[in-house]
Design a protein around this ligand. Structure first.
Ligand SMILES: Cc1cc2nc3c(=O)[nH]c(=O)nc-3n(C[C@H](O)[C@H](O)[C@H](O)COP(=O)(O)OP(=O)(O)OC[C@H]3O[C@@H](n4cnc5c(N)ncnc54)[C@H](O)[C@@H]3O)c2cc1C
Ligand SMILES: NC(=O)c1ccc[n+]([C@@H]2O[C@H](COP(=O)([O-])OP(=O)(O)OC[C@H]3O[C@@H](n4cnc5c(N)ncnc54)[C@H](OP(=O)(O)O)[C@@H]3O)[C@@H](O)[C@H]2O)c1
Length: 288
């Protein structure tokens, strides 16, 4: 199992509770060896606890689809940074992110108020394990997300390379409410608005949204869909996960990652890494 102790340390700059106080006047952003200052170009609020935003992309900023990067605002004494998966495709001019709004969260209590034109810190070194380099070849790629764990997969499904490497791409997004199903329209359209992948996606991409706390056409957690076979509706091949043919990427809460990884290991799936590719990879959508 991947050890996230290092990424957790990387994720925090405790203690800095400056984010929760609206009356504090923060010093201006200051670029450094590790951080650039970018400009917010768009903000979209999906509902009361979920929003997305795009920022300018430095010309030298490179990342692999599925990676995350540190972003943030200025705190009272130093930058207040958090890890964020990049939701935009690697070829896009801007960098887009999907964010939770944690009411008393040090960063997101302030971040949810950003507007076009505002400045934001961007780390210079993206990283992560949800990359196809960490997977062996296979015929079906299952991308299993809960909540904001959708973000890295939004980048991956718009990467033309994965349609060359895998015959079918199945994106499963489990959310509490229908309004949490961010980008649902684009995903249901088989990415019709993306000229680079739409032809391949029409034939190879499957989107399976599922909602757990209100009525929807598909209900239940991802494990339930796997067990009763609904995960495989419309997908060719066996109605079960098989390490001989299938590759899996997991991005969700610690509990979801742990439970599903254990399930995969029982089926004979071996976790991969950048150094040693395997049958599945995982990354936390958040710490806590
Ligand atoms: C590798 C990695 C990638 C991440 N990518 C994203 C991303 O793309 N989008 C995003 O919104 N967050 C992401 N996070 C979480 C993010 O780093 C912050 O935790 C989040 O922005 C909240 O920051 P905060 O300071 O407001 O609250 P924090 O003090 O960081 O968190 C407070 C509590 O809120 C809950 N929480 C935090 N983030 C989430 C979340 N995303 N979904 C549900 N509950 C959450 C947890 O219970 C946490 O203990 C990622 C975390 C990691 C480790
Ligand atoms: N999303 C909302 O509507 C909402 C509203 C108000 C506040 N919030 C706050 O936002 C935080 C994050 O909420 P979230 O909805 O983004 O994330 P979440 O609670 O992790 O739920 C996202 C999805 O993951 C499923 N899930 C949770 N644990 C799982 C596990 N162990 N295995 C498999 N699936 C699992 C959930 O199913 P279940 O529904 O069955 O748990 C849901 O479908 C919460 O702590 C909450 O305080 C969220």
């Amino acid at each position: 199992m991947t050890d996230f102790v290092a990424s957790r340390a990387f994720d925090r700059d405790e203690p800095d509770t400056a984010g929760s106080s609206p009356s504090v006047a923060y010093p201006p952003l200051a670029a450094s060896d590790t951080l650039s200052i970018e400009t917010v170009t768009r903000v979209h609020h999906w509902n009361a606890h979920l929003f997305s935003f795009a920022i300018s992309r430095p010309p030298a900023f490179r990342f692999r689809s599925g990676e995350f990067v540190m972003i943030g605002l200025q705190g009272e004494n130093r930058p207040l940074l958090r890890a964020y998966s990049i939701a935009s495709p690697a070829y896009a001019d801007e960098l887009e992110f999907l964010s939770i709004k944690v009411a008393d969260g040090a960063l997101t209590s302030r971040l949810q108020g950003i507007e076009a034109g505002d400045g934001l810190y961007l780390g210079r070194k993206p990283t992560g394990t949800l990359v196809t380099d960490a997977l062996l070849g296979g015929s079906r790629l299952f991308l299993l997300a809960t909540g904001t764990g959708l973000a890295p997969f939004l980048s991956l499904v718009r990467d033309p390379d994965i349609y060359e490497r895998f015959g079918q791409i199945v994106l499963v997004h489990s959310a509490r409410q229908v309004s949490d199903l961010a980008w649902r329209e684009q995903l249901e359209s088989h990415l019709a608005d993306d000229p680079l992948v739409r032809d391949a996606a029409l034939l190879q991409f499957h989107y399976v949204p599922t909602v757990t706390r209100e009525p929807f056409r598909t209900q239940g957690r991802i494990a339930a869909l796997t067990e009763d076979g609904r995960l495989f509706d419309g997908v060719s091949g066996p109605r079960r996960l098989d390490p001989a043919t299938d590759r899996v990427m997991l991005c969700g809460s610690m509990a979801m990652n742990r439970d599903f990884a254990a399930r995969l290991q029982l089926l004979g799936f071996v976790e991969g890494s950048n150094a040693t590719p395997g049958h599945f990879v995982l990354e936390r959508a958040f710490v806590g």
